[in-house]
Structure formats: structure tokens, C-alpha cells
Design a protein around this ligand. Structure first.
Ligand SMILES: C[S@@+](CC[C@H](N)C(=O)[O-])C[C@H]1O[C@@H](n2cnc3c(N)ncnc32)[C@H](O)[C@@H]1O
Length: 344
């Protein structure tokens, strides 16, 4: 069901549950989730799978011009933390812009440049038109990045009461907010070593964005906002964290695929080290598909600063299994694979 009257200017309430609306930069979505939004993949016995069965992940290697320019200037490979600093600023610029207004402006620019026979600039402007259109469809209309309904399905049904959630490589912290609404009353600790994320990404996340969750007092559905949640942000390299095994959930969204295979054990160990016994590790990685390959090709300048794999869900599950996890649930959300696991 979609909206009939616009809600702009006021906060959503419980009366709006079941509705969705396009805002200038994102979709607000309070439609209830059904299990089939998260597509459980067919049963896989990861203990019997081998890399011969599932193949190796696909590597994205069309690097951004900013990375190539930095490396040409410095004569060395772009350091990974610096690559993330570039990524976060450039990815956030997409969330900050109104893609429909950007498309109109780029179309005008293309027309002007063509009228003065500046073909190069006209071509660049047409590239902007295409990018704004694709981002509008991918994020604002299709909601394939935040993807709240499928992620709610992925996170549903966990045995959690007032959980402590640790989000590794949190960037804008979106999934911690989704979890906080679904399992309220606990706390979420966001960790990212790029200081910009605190204000530039988490801080820039719309305060009026509604999260569908529950009211712990009544057990009824409730609309939550980020300013009602208990969230702290730690700027640190994950390797330097001195937490013990104290979290009920450790989550990462698009992190482990940035580690080549020799570093995968380290990346998975991060998900285990801070988990209390019986706690859940929840991981997602981008799916390998014609659509995602095309996206990273088109958005290479804005996205591709460091090593990146596109995986299928069997590959993600096999990495988790090989690195000491029992995969409790695996499946696909709109543009990512998702798994819920426990330390074996
Ligand atoms: C691909 S992003 C996660 C995707 C995220 N959901 C988004 O919207 O951009 C990975 C994040 O992990 C952070 N990161 C990578 N390695 C890290 C490390 N060793 N310690 C802390 N943060 C790290 C990066 O700064 C980046 O913000």
C-alpha cells in the first residue's frame, strides 16, 4: 500500500504503519515485513561445501579516478584508511543530493554545452544525468541500499532482550538503528575509524526517518526515530578495540568483502571476539549479479577506492563456516547477501 496524502512536515506516528512515501532524498517505509521479503536461500550444508562447488567471488577493479590520481602523484598504493575516507565522503554525497533535481540540472547543463558545441562537457553532463537517474531508482525509489523491509526480515526472530549491539565499520549506522527499533531498550555501539562518519554520515542521517519496531512496554508496533535510541559512536580501528566478549549482536554491512582471502580469518575473528557466548553475528555483503556489476561500473568514480568482492550467499556462508561460525540463516536481500550466525 502506498500513501495518498504527504506527511512532509510532521513525524510519522503509529497510525502511519503500513504506509510508504518518497521523500526528496529517500523512501520512508513503514510497510510491515513479511518473511518472503528476505529470500531464504535453499538449504545448504556448509560443512559439505567446497570452494570448487561455489567458485570464487567476483572482484571489482575499475578504480575511481581519485584513487588513480593519488597513486600517480604519490608513487605508492592508496593506504586503506585513506581510501575509506575518500569513499565515505563521496558515497555520502549521493545520500545528500536530491537525485531528481540533480538530473534536471544535469540535463540543462548538457543542453547548454551542446548549444555551444562543447561536446566533452555535454558528454560529462549526460553521464551525470544517467548517474542521477540510476541512483534515484536504486536508492530513493527501489530502496536497495537501506532496504529496511528485507533487513527487518533478516533480523527478525532473534532471541534478544534489550541487546547490546556492536556495529563494525558502521559508516551511517543505519542497521544499528533498525535493530534498535526492533529490539529496543538496549544500546548500540557504532565503530568506524573514519572520523568523518560521526557527523558526516551518522550525523547527516535524517532525524525524521521512521523505523518500524516495537514498544517494549506493550509489545505493540511502534515508530522509532534515531534521537530516541541509545547509540554511541567510537572512532577507532577495529583492531584497537578493547571490549571483551560482551555484545549480544555483532553486525557488519559490506565489510568482509573488502578483505582479500588471506585477511578473511582476521575479519571474521573481529565478529567473534566481542560476542558473548550464544550471541549472534550478522553480516551482509553485496551480491554478485548483472545489476550490481553494472552499478559498480557506473559508480566506479564514487565507490571504488579499495579492494571489493561481489559474492553469492553460498560464498559468504562458506567463509563464515570456514572461520568458525554456524550459519543459522542465509539468504538474499535486495542487493546484498545476508547471514545470521553463531560462533561454533
Ligand atoms: C563499505 S563501508 C560499510 C558500508 C556502509 N553500510 C555504508 O553505508 O557505507 C565500510 C566501513 O568500514 C570502515 N572500516 C573499514 N576498516 C575498518 C577498520 N579496520 N576499523 C574501523 N573501521 C573500518 C570504513 O571506514 C567504512 O566506513
Amino acid at each position: 500500500m502506498s500513501t495518498t496524502e504527504p506527511l512532509t512536515g510532521r513525524r510519522w506516528t503509529e497510525a502511519d504503519i503500513g504506509r510508504t512515501e518518497l521523500r526528496p532524498t529517500y523512501r520512508a517505509d513503514l510497510r510491515r515485513t513479511s518473511r518472503d521479503v528476505f529470500a531464504d536461500a535453499p538449504h545448504l550444508d556448509f560443512s559439505r561445501l567446497s570452494w570448487k562447488d561455489v567458485g570464487r567471488p567476483y572482484r571489482v577493479e575499475n578504480w575511481s579516478r581519485e584513487r588513480l590520481a593519488w597513486e600517480a602523484e604519490h608513487g605508492e598504493q592508496l593506504p586503506v584508511p585513506r581510501a575509506w575516507a575518500m569513499f565515505n565522503r563521496s558515497f555520502q554525497s549521493l545520500f545528500d543530493e536530491d537525485p531528481v533535481a540533480s538530473r534536471v540540472a544535469a540535463l540543462r547543463r548538457a543542453g547548454l554545452k551542446l548549444s555551444t558545441l562543447d561536446v566533452r562537457a555535454a558528454y560529462a553532463a549526460i553521464g551525470e544525468v544517467v548517474r542521477s537517474s540510476v541512483w534515484n531508482q536504486a536508492h530513493r525509489v527501489g530502496d536497495t541500499v537501506w532496504d529496511p523491509r528485507a533487513k527487518r526480515s533478516l533480523f527478525a526472530g532473534l532471541d534478544l532482550v534489550r541487546p547490546r549491539v556492536l556495529f563494525l565499520g558502521a559508516a551511517d549506522g543505519y542497521e544499528a538503528m533498525l535493530l534498535s527499533a526492533m529490539y529496543p531498550g538496549g544500546e548500540a555501539v557504532l565503530v568506524d575509524y573514519d572520523e568523518y562518519c560521526v557527523e558526516g554520515r551518522f550525523g547527516a542521517f535524517p532525524v525524521e526517518y521512521p523505523f518500524l519496531g516495537v514498544d517494549p512496554a506493550t509489545g505493540h508496533e511502534k515508530v522509532w526515530y534515531r534521537d530516541q535510541m541509545n547509540i554511541s559512536y567510537v572512532v577507532s580501528d577495529i583492531r584497537d578495540l578493547d571490549f571483551g566478549p560482551e555484545f549480544d549482536v555483532v553486525v557488519s554491512i559490506g565489510l568482509v568483502e573488502h578483505f582479500p582471502d588471506e585477511y578473511k580469518p582476521l575479519a571474521f575473528d573481529w565478529h567473534r571476539r566481542f560476542l558473548r557466548p550464544g550471541g549472534y553475528a550478522v553480516l551482509t555483503t553485496p551480491r554478485v549479479a548483472a545489476r550490481t556489476k553494472a552499478f559498480y561500473l557506473l559508480f566506479g568514480d564514487l565507490m571504488n577506492f579499495s579492494y571489493r568482492e561481489l559474492q553469492n550467499v553460498a560464498q559468504l556462508g562458506l567463509y563464515a563456516h570456514e572461520n568458525g561460525f554456524e550459519v543459522l540463516r542465509h539468504g538474499v536481500i535486495k542487493s546484498h547477501n545476508g547471514i545470521v550466525c553463531r560462533s561454533r
